[in-house]
Design a binder for this molecule. Structure first.
Ligand code: ADP
Ligand code: MG
Length: 357
């Protein structure tokens, strides 16, 4: 059920290596997000898949057809870019019809297909308008309809939501995902926005400096980051310098912490870093039976709407501050406010251990 197999794709621009031997299998019908910071090579990889850029070496096979060196028109995909890239002098209907006209489909068939697509993206009455008369979000819906017109087996999206305002972006996230699932079209979406990737993807590919750091479900990526980079880039994280004591125990400041999650093999004395998400703490009765009990003082509280992020100065950590997340109920019940003292437990099964740099 592999829709696209990328093997050893390497890309150099002059002397600069931008992609280093990328291996990636895209499954039939999945929504795969390429996630990473600006400049890490996401767009380059997408453009190589599209045939808009030539790889330096490596192979791409789509549904068992080797497309590695085929020109874009010989490949089977639809693409949407960040900037709407509609033809400004064509109507919305003409924009959507573009690929079908190129393929010399009969007029009546084109008209029916365009009507169907505009309905699909929620713009059934906009066919006679011009791009400039539509909002950014509407133009992206048209771009999506245009990309889907020829029923490609692969949909490529390069930061399709980045140019939109926050509300439109969140609305379109849901719409693109629903449409993708309804059509079952294999989709690769590039984004630098971790929230977008976590909320939309079946699987996420985290990239950094031209290499893949991790491939996994949103849950995998968040709960079990494979590398410090992934832990840092996706979600918030506290990093504690520590020294291994052996058998899952570590010393951080004056605190001896027990880590029962994946801890690797760290010899006593080895310098490590402990990664802890803001929600990986227990308070109130949840602390019962938990190791890693600590006390601290609340330094400041940041409201996030349905929860809050409190900066805690942990006594045993010799002044190191941790950012910890609490629900609004806990906020009230525990009296979490600047200056308050709180007892908590750092969840041993949630702490991840990585070697120090
Ligand atoms: P991303 O989409 O992840 O932000 P890109 O794939 O656009 O990253 O770019 C990756 C790297 O390749 C960047 O350092 C960029 O400057 C470089 N790059 C991209 N296109 C070209 C090009 N045509 N010529 C030279 N360097 C390029
Ligand atoms: Mg890009």
């Amino acid at each position: 059920d592999t829709a696209l197999a990328i093997t050893g794709v390497h890309k150099r621009f002059d002397k600069v290596t931008v992609l280093k031997h990328i291996d990636l299998q895209v499954r039939q019908g999945e929504m795969l997000c390429l996630l990473g910071p600006s400049g890490c090579g996401k767009t380059t990889l997408l453009r190589i898949i599209a045939g808009l850029e030539a790889q330096t070496s490596g192979r791409i096979v789509q549904n068992e057809r080797d497309i590695s060196w085929l020109p874009p028109v010989k490949r089977d995909y639809g693409i949407v870019f960040q900037s709407y890239a509609l033809f400004p002098n064509l109507t919305i209907a003409e924009n959507v019809a573009y690929g079908l006209v190129n393929r010399k489909k009969p007029r009546a068939e084109i008209a029916a297909r365009v009507a169907e697509l505009l309905k699909l993206v929620g713009l059934p009455t906009s066919g006679e308008k011009y791009p400039a008369q539509l909002s950014g979000g509407q133009q992206q819906r048209v771009a999506l309809a245009r990309a889907l017109a020829t029923s490609p087996r692969l949909l490529l999206l390069d930061e399709p939501l980045s140019a939109l305002d926050a509300l439109e972006r969140i609305r379109l996230r849901g719409e693109i995902r629903r449409l993708q699932q309804k059509l079952g079209v294999t989709t690769i979406m590039v984004t630098h926005d971790q929230e977008e990737a976590l909320s939309m993807a079946d699987r996420i590919v985290v990239m950094n400096h031209g290499v893949i750091e991790q491939v996994g479900t949103p849950n995998d990526i968040y709960e079990r980051p494979a590398t410090p980079f992934v832990a840092d880039f996706v979600g918030k994280v506290n990093v504690l310098p520590a020294v291994a004591l052996g058998q899952g125990r570590f010393r951080a400041g004056r605190l001896e912490l027990h880590c029962s999650g994946e801890r690797g093999d760290y010899a006593p004395g080895q310098a490590v870093r402990l990664y802890l998400r803001p929600e990986d703490r227990a308070v109130g009765h949840e602390r019962e039976g938990q190791p890693n009990r600590v006390s601290g003082e609340v330094r400041k509280v940041e409201f996030l709407g349905s929860s809050c992020l409190a900066e805690m100065q942990i006594d045993e950590l010799d002044g190191q501050a941790l950012q910890l997340c609490f629900s609004l109920n806990q906020l009230h019940d525990l009296g979490i406010q600047a200056g308050a003292r709180i007892d908590l437990a750092l969840r041993s099964e949630r702490i991840r251990v990585f070697p120090a740099a």
